[in-house]
Structures are given as structure tokens and as C-alpha cells.
Design a protein around this ligand. Structure first.
Ligand SMILES: Cc1cc2nc3c(=O)[nH]c(=O)nc-3n(C[C@H](O)[C@H](O)[C@H](O)COP(=O)(O)O)c2cc1C
Length: 148
């Protein structure tokens, strides 16, 4: 998972899923989320990245899909971003089809208990229960989006 891609794989489509703990809070919270979404939608459209960001007030979970090099560069920026911490890479897969085609960054927000729950361990557990396959987790994410 941490092995850098070989140059011949730079253009291949990859999908990653990570979770992290939010450091946003207080009065700046909604402005902070708006900033993230604005820059994400702008950059991701430019870099051919699609995906979804989930936020429950405490934790983020994000699916990112796109060319290997673009996704790796974004992940490197994300690791340095002071708006969250405990970034945990849960999945890194080569894909042939995107799950979030057409979404420069879909956004789902909810409070734990009010519809859906994300804790940093939640997706990890869900992936573990499905033997490392991201299918069920992605289905859950799409379901949560469709319900809103
Ligand atoms: C939870 C979270 C999700 C983010 N998602 C994206 C994203 O999908 N695309 C993006 O370009 N930046 C995203 N960012 C912002 C990046 O970390 C970074 O600030 C931005 O890409 C600009 O990086 P640069 O200054 O290195 O160009 C996200 C930040 C956070 C905290």
C-alpha cells in the first residue's frame, strides 16, 4: 500500500478510501467545510479526480478515485493538512470503473445517531468484515447519499 507506483502505472485508475479525525470546530466549522469543498471541486475537476466526502462532525471518510499519480499527489497534500489528523488509509485498489463518476466531490454530512455513523474505526471494521473488499462499504456510502 505504501509502495510508490511504478511510472508505467501513473495513468492507471485507482481508488483509495481513508478516514481521519476532524480538527475543525467551533464557529469556523461550516466555513471550514465550505473551503474544503470549494477547493476540492475545483482541483478535482482539473485533475480528473472523483469521489465522496463523508463528515459526521468528528470524523471524515473520503473516497478518491482517478489517475494514480493525481491521487497520490492529493493524498500527500491531505497528509499535511492541519484541518484533520489520524489519517488512516483503508483501501488502495486499481479499478476499471469509477463508483462516483460525475462527482468532483459528493458531500454527505450527518450527526452520529441521526442516520449514519462514521468513527475512524467504522470503515476499517466494515472493510475487515467484508474481507478487505470495498464493495459493501461503497454500497453503504452510495446508499447514505441516495437517502438524503
Ligand atoms: C477532509 C479533507 C478532504 C479534502 N479533500 C480534498 C480533495 O478531494 N481535493 C483537493 O484538492 N483537496 C482536498 N482537501 C484539501 C487538501 O488537503 C489541500 O489543502 C488542497 O488540495 C490544496 O493543496 P495544495 O496547497 O498542496 O495545492 C481536503 C482537505 C481535507 C481536510
Amino acid at each position: 500500500m505504501s509502495v510508490p507506483p511504478a511510472p508505467e502505472n501513473f495513468g492507471e485508475l485507482v481508488q483509495i478510501i481513508y478516514s481521519s479525525r476532524s480538527l475543525l470546530g467551533g464557529e469556523g466549522l461550516s466555513a471550514g467545510i465550505s473551503d474544503i469543498l470549494r477547493i476540492s471541486r475545483q482541483n478535482n475537476a482539473r485533475d480528473d479526480i472523483t469521489g465522496a466526502l463523508f463528515f459526521n462532525g468528528r470524523a471524515f471518510a473520503q473516497v478518491l478515485e482517478g489517475p494514480q499519480l493525481a491521487v497520490s499527489n492529493l493524498y500527500a497534500s491531505l497528509l499535511k493538512d492541519k484541518r484533520h489528523t489520524d489519517v488512516c488509509l483503508l483501501q488502495h485498489e486499481y479499478i476499471t470503473r469509477r463508483c462516483f463518476e460525475g462527482w468532483a466531490m459528493a458531500y454527505v454530512e450527518g450527526a452520529g445517531g441521526q442516520g449514519f455513523t462514521i468513527t475512524p474505526g467504522f470503515l476499517h471494521d466494515a472493510l475487515h468484515r467484508s474481507n478487505g473488499s470495498s464493495g459493501p462499504v461503497l454500497q453503504l456510502m452510495k446508499y447514505v447519499m441516495a437517502e438524503r
